[in-house]
Design a protein around this ligand. Structure first.
Ligand SMILES: Cc1cc2nc3c(=O)[nH]c(=O)nc-3n(C[C@H](O)[C@H](O)[C@H](O)COP(=O)(O)O)c2cc1C
Length: 135
């Protein structure tokens, strides 16, 4: 099974999750600035909420790489939201890309909120989620 990991981050929280998934799967996690060069069965795609939406860079990545994506599995962090599934579904639907119902989402620090997150437990949970997803 071919697997890739991409993430978008502004303050490093989502990249921290991406590194935990990288470690457990042995697949290098790269920024969405790096396109997919071959078709993958599963793309772990990490992003957060900024003003109630995912960043344009994430949307553009999906659109521009759609022919190389078998299925997207989301992971991410945010201060208040519990999932990026809704905005991701909209983008994936328009691009004709399959989006998994399963995702990993946890709190990410934002100013004085959720300091230290993602923490060790979040990282362990993200790694366990990734392992289970590719089983
Ligand atoms: C400009 C900005 C807007 C944000 N808007 C939201 C939001 O609408 N909902 C939310 O839950 N978190 C919001 N957050 C919090 C981030 O989603 C949270 O800090 C996340 O962990 C950032 O991930 P990153 O470090 O990978 O960029 C916002 C953060 C920033 C900087």
């Amino acid at each position: 099974m071919k697997i890739a990991i991409r993430y978008y981050t502004r303050s490093g929280n989502t990249e921290t999750l991406a590194r935990a998934i990288e470690d457990v799967l042995g697949v290098k996690a790269e920024s969405v600035a790096v396109p997919l060069h071959e078709k993958v069965d599963i793309l772990f795609l990490g992003c957060s909420y900024y003003a109630f939406d995912v960043d344009e860079a994430v949307k553009n990545f999906i659109t521009q790489n759609k022919d190389h994506i078998g299925k997207i599995v989301c992971f991410g962090t945010s201060a208040m939201m519990k999932s990026t599934h809704k905005p991701m579904k909209k983008v994936c639907g328009a691009a004709g890309v399959l989006l998994s119902d399963g995702e990993f989402h946890c709190r990410g620090s934002f100013g004085p909120m959720h300091k230290g997150h993602p923490d060790e437990t979040d990282l362990k949970n993200a790694a366990a989620f990734a392992r289970k997803t590719v089983k």
